[in-house]
Design a protein around this ligand. Structure first.
Ligand SMILES: [Zn+2]
Ligand SMILES: [Zn+2]
Length: 121
């Protein structure tokens, strides 16, 4: 019973993860070469000591889109990066226009009356 081989699936998963990490490292390295180590939102400056807190954001949110001229990358600190993605979630998927929110439809418009109904019954 010498089954020391990891299962095939485990191997595939491990390899995919390794490839993803490799790809991420390479675009991160490139982005750090092209751009100054400054957060594009809050202007915080970074050094080698805290460089881990500087992230490479993809403007179109597609991590597979890595043009070598860096046009899809933006260096953001962890906080601003979080905010950027939060805003994207709130604005809904597929839209990059921040000021163009369509506020005519509110999913919670009925909530108040629904709650009121519940209270009454
Ligand atoms: Zn920042
Ligand atoms: Zn991002």
């Amino acid at each position: 019973m010498a089954t020391s081989d990891p299962s095939k699936l485990d191997r595939i998963v491990a390899e995919a993860r390794r490839n993803a990490e490799k790809r991420e490292e390479s675009y991160r390295e490139q982005a750090l070469k092209i751009y100054p180590w400054i957060c594009g939102r809050c202007g915080r400056e970074f050094t080698r000591a805290n460089l881990r807190e500087l992230t490479v954001h993809h403007r179109d949110h597609n991590h597979d889109n890595n043009p070598s001229d860096g046009s899809n990358w933006e260096l953001l600190c962890l906080y601003c990066h979080d905010n950027e993605h939060q805003r994207q979630l709130e604005a809904g998927t597929g839209s990059n226009t921040r000021d163009d929110r369509n506020a005519t439809h509110s999913p919670f418009a009925n909530l108040k009356s629904l709650l009121a109904d519940k209270k009454r019954s």
